[in-house]
Design a protein around this ligand. Structure first.
Ligand SMILES: [Zn+2]
Length: 431
């Protein structure tokens, strides 16, 4: 079993920061976390010793919503609102991408997440799904080794719809073939309420529940969507979800930008988590989600970057800072959301504790943007970029060390991606 000693860093524990402290990793788990120097018997046993001087050592971050298929589509929002952006750019590219190109896009997106200190990614898998396309992403996730959930998207209404039988069969296949395989999980990912029937939402959720998984969907991202729901059902989106009994701890509501007080109350009572994507919501001009209100009503909130086509990066630190700043703009209150509260939206755990999986990151604070470090929480939440993440461990495996990605040949991947994007653009008619 591998052993790693991380020493000399500021270590986040359940009692606050230890400065300095050490973390002792045995196999896949954290064995000990302590203040000061590690005892001699630990130093003697350590297979690897990582010095974290002038660094913070904290739990790995979770990117709770992205679309890895869009990694080849970044930089294309072009000032369009949500629906026009989908129809003019995203759907033509999604329809043209091959499984081989998607495999490369997923690898690239996962490496970018890894570089930013993300140890767990929820990928809302959003292309015209063939078995080969979906499997290409599952294979990429397995190759990189970040904890990844693939929420298989689908729509049974409108453009690019699939038949209910096909959707259910493919979900069943994915659960059987890929779910709970080491660091990969499968979830149900209805694309958005306006493109899914009530019957299929209920049936697919039941299937996910049967496999111990969850449902993950876009809800109330833009005002247009709310209007479509009102025209279609006479109810606002979250109220409609409640009316068909489709809200619970296993239904992740992505965005929730346009939810009124009664809808926030419904989310809280159902225990339905919200995934907040503030940078994407700004890029598409969708609005600012009522984060402070959601939290004060007891709704659990996680952070997502959303896909590179609407962000344009996978840097969860940008989303973390945007969440903090937007919460203050929305409430006109400079005390809304402290730096540590913002960090907790992104961290996979509240602290590094013995017995927990060794999913952790080492963040460099020894650079001009962070200096002087009066307060570690502020230095992390307000001054840190993804490029400051120095080292990443997932389940005790060193995935990146001293900014060197160890899980694949990054230079070769970049070269392959450059070539693949050129041919995709031509095929999608975007040249
Ligand atoms: Zn999205």
């Amino acid at each position: 079993m591998g052993t790693i000693l991380i020493e000399n860093g500021a270590v986040l524990t359940d009692e606050g920061w230890l400065e300095p402290g050490y973390v002792w990793v045995v196999g896949e788990r954290i064995e000990t976390v302590g203040a000061g120097k590690a005892p001699a018997e630990i130093c003697d046993q350590a297979g690897e010793i990582i010095s974290a001087g002038y660094c913070a050592v904290l739990p790995g971050l979770v990117n709770a919503h992205t679309h890895l298929s869009q990694t080849f589509m970044r930089g294309l929002a072009g000032g369009r609102p949500l629906i026009a952006w989908l129809k003019d750019l995203i759907w033509p590219l999604q329809n043209a991408i091959t499984p081989e190109e998607l495999h490369l896009a997923a690898l690239l997106g996962l490496v970018e997440n890894l570089r930013c200190g993300t140890t767990e990614v929820v990928n809302h898998h959003k292309v015209i799904p063939t078995i080969a396309h979906t499997d290409a992403v599952c294979e990429a996730a397995t190759a990189i080794g970040l904890r990844t959930t693939i929420a298989r998207s689908w729509s049974d209404r409108g453009a690019n719809r699939e038949s209910p039988a096909l959707i259910m069969a493919d979900l069943e296949r994915l659960f059987d073939q890929w779910h709970a395989s080491e660091r990969l999980n499968i979830a149900n990912g209805p694309i958005a309420l306006w493109r899914c029937s009530a019957d299929m939402l209920l049936r697919s959720r039941e299937l996910a529940q049967k496999h111990g998984s969850y449902t993950h969907f876009h809800v109330s991202e833009s005002l247009d969507e709310v209007q479509m729901s009102l025209d279609d059902t006479g109810l606002r989106p979250v109220t409609w979800l409640d009316s068909i009994d489709l809200l619970g701890p296993d239904t992740q509501v992505v965005h929730a930008v346009w939810v009124d007080d009664s809808e926030i109350d419904l989310l809280a009572r159902a225990g339905a988590p919200v995934i907040h994507c503030p940078v994407s919501n700004a890029v598409l001009g969708s609005g600012i989600a009522p984060l402070a209100k959601l939290q004060s009503q007891g709704v659990s909130v996680r952070l997502g970057t959303d896909g590179p086509a609407s962000n344009d990066t996978q840097d969860i630190w940008e989303s973390l800072k945007a969440a903090l700043n937007f919460a203050r703009i929305k409430t006109l209150d400079a005390t809304a959301l402290s730096p540590m509260e913002a960090l907790r939206l992104a961290m996979g755990a509240e602290a590094l504790v013995p017995g927990a999986p060794a999913d952790l990151i080492i963040v460099n604070l020894n650079h001009p943007r962070a200096m002087p470090v009066h307060n570690i929480d502020s230095a992390l939440a307000l001054s840190t970029h993804g490029s400051d993440v120095d080292t990443v461990l997932v389940a005790g495996q060193i995935m990146m060390r001293d900014r060197q990605v160890l899980v694949l040949d990054e230079a070769a991947l970049l070269a392959e991606c450059r070539q693949a994007v050129n041919s995709l653009r031509k095929r999608a008619g975007l040249n």
